[in-house]
Design a protein around this ligand. Structure first.
Ligand SMILES: [Zn+2]
Length: 177
């Protein structure tokens, strides 16, 4: 009997369906991308001066409370990075700030992921900077998503599909449709 390699199947935590902000559960924070330099956040830790949103994106209440930090990991950083959280006392939403340029639940920057896809399309091999498994997942997910959202019209131009999906507010390389 042959043994199948089942490890490496998951490199990311299980994805939950994104149901939108209105039904954000208590334990699931809303992600708010902000302009911030990752290196600086890493170096300053909890002392980093995060911007505070003026209103709650959920109910527009104008008062938000600090709600601690959450540790997150990104490529290129030696350790975890503390991301600021806020809580809205009116609707109980939890907001989590995150540097711009990263997809939700992805450690690699959008730019790096795009470069990897680009390289693969041109040379039909992986870039090498990331794990082969991860790059393979991105590529497969993108193909699947491009077909689902853009149909056959997009053809083989997966890079264009990547950009179009981004413009549509989708994560082009996530497994969920
Ligand atoms: Zn609110």
């Amino acid at each position: 009997m042959k043994k199948r390699a089942e490890s490496f199947r998951r490199t990311q935590p299980p994805l939950k369906q994104n149901r939108g902000a209105s039904s954000t559960r208590k334990d699931e924070a809303m992600i708010l991308p902000v302009v911030a330099v990752l290196k600086e956040i890493y170096e300053k830790g909890r002392d980093y001066l995060w911007p505070k949103p003026e209103v709650c994106p959920c109910c527009k209440a104008s008062r938000l409370w600090g709600h601690g930090f959450v540790l997150a990991y990104f490529d290129g950083q030696l350790g975890g990075v503390y991301l600021r959280r806020y809580r809205c006392p009116q609707c109980n939403s939890v907001l989590r700030l995150k540097p711009e340029g990263y997809f939700k639940r992805f450690q690699s920057s959008i730019q790096d992921i795009r470069a990897s896809i680009c390289h693969r399309l041109k040379s039909n091999c992986c870039q090498g900077g990331f794990s082969r498994t991860r790059e393979g997942h991105w590529y497969k997910a993108l193909k699947r998503k491009a077909k689902a959202y853009l149909g056959d019209a997009i053809g083989d131009d997966l890079l264009q599909a990547f950009d179009r999906l981004c413009q549509m507010g989708k994560v082009p390389v996530s497994r969920s449709i």
